[in-house]
Design a protein around this ligand. Sequence first.
Ligand SMILES: Cc1cc2nc3c(=O)[nH]c(=O)nc-3n(C[C@H](O)[C@H](O)[C@H](O)COP(=O)(O)OP(=O)(O)OC[C@H]3O[C@@H](n4cnc5c(N)ncnc54)[C@H](O)[C@@H]3O)c2cc1C
Length: 427
Amino acid sequence: MTNAMRWTNWSGFVAGSPQQILTPDSLDGVVEAVKTAPGPLRVVGAGHSFTPLARTDGTMLSLEKFEGLVSHDEAAAVARVRAGTRLGSLMQLLQEVGQGLPNMGDIDKQAIGGALGTATHGSGRVLGAYHTQLQATQFVDGRGGLRELTLEMDRDLIHATGVALGSFGVLTEVTLKNIPTYRLHRRKWVLPIKEMLAQFEPMMGAHRSAEFYYVPFSGHAQFIASDLSDTPVSPRPPEEDEAGLATLRKLRTALRRAPWLRGLIIRSVMARLPAEDYVQDWLNVYASDRRTRFNEMEYHLPFEEGPRALAEIIELTEKRFPEVYFPMEVRSVAADEFWLSPFYRRPTCSIAIHHDAANDPLPFMRAAEPIFRRYGGRPHWGKMHSLKATDFETLYPRWRDAMDVRRDIDPQGRFVSPYMADLFGLK
Ligand SMILES: Cc1cc2nc3c(=O)[nH]c(=O)nc-3n(C[C@H](O)[C@H](O)[C@H](O)COP(=O)(O)OP(=O)(O)OC[C@H]3O[C@@H](n4cnc5c(N)ncnc54)[C@H](O)[C@@H]3O)c2cc1C
């Protein structure tokens, strides 16, 4: 146990003062904490969410000692892992047993329990978010009881609890359906945003994984495509993202009142970027090193609404928010069957906007959110939004069913912090 009186998330925007942070190293320890620790009890993964999901002034429970591979089945490409395992070490563990995660997001710092908890995702029209890999879960419910679910026997419950926001028990182990290890051919190139938006559907669909970044004020996007490959590996070029951000920040500061000149310079820098083109094993491709701290909002929209929503977000940013310099990230995600998944029965286009953590993100986020909402957007659970239970009832067809399951798993509200009570409409 540590007496840590102040806790902040990755960006520093969410802060809290838990009475204690517990790091149990056994199932008995988790059960004991759930039964006796002062509430509200919130599990924390790597603290990389931008919403106060993990915040509590009661007990924060970290599963950092629940790390590693429990078992694996080579023929089925299935692996059971402890829920505190960070994605970075999960990749290595899987590679050693001949398995690969079918897809990944932008970083590998999250705990698998945390990534599942917010429907963390990468990009790919036919690729689902991490929770779609779930075959089985083991968790401690709100009464301290140990529960085991399998997709085969408990399909509905897995679909109800797979995206859990830390509110359906403490996840201790998960079984994931992976794929045999593979290689990706990764390419990046720059193109005018008008061209990108006009070709949105074919370009996003033409690759196993496709995404793009729009650089504010530039009129241009950087497109990233990844496809399976069996050719020999070639070196992954050094990452330029941090240096690029520093340049964009300097231009923003110097040319805030000269957007035309700012755009011209960014375009000329982008035009000189070498087109990236390499082949690497899956685990060396997806993750980037994000050192510049930011706050983020990401909305998941019906796929076909992506271009129109993005065009409005760009217009808003360039007319009213000259301080914004972070590229906007646009991805696609396959539909799934998980009740609290933002991708529930909906092929999705995800649009993410970012704001330097040194400045107040709220005016920008508040102005952008109505645009996302007008297009039927569902917010990323781990990224900034202002939605409440009444909104979720209309956005999630199985919201009430999920809330019933949650009550059954946690009848005394052990995992209900004030933020969660507000989100779930519990008063
Ligand atoms: C730099 C950066 C890049 C990012 N890139 C992406 C991206 O590419 N794609 C994307 O979708 N998101 C992305 N995110 C968001 C991030 O993936 C999610 O917020 C994710 O939930 C964070 O994982 P975590 O381990 O930090 O969990 P936390 O933020 O600590 O917790 C998230 C939720 O999971 C719950 N939880 C954690 N562990 C358990 C457990 N064992 N049992 C029960 N509940 C648990 C918590 O209670 C909480 O509700 C990014 C965030 C940052 C800061």
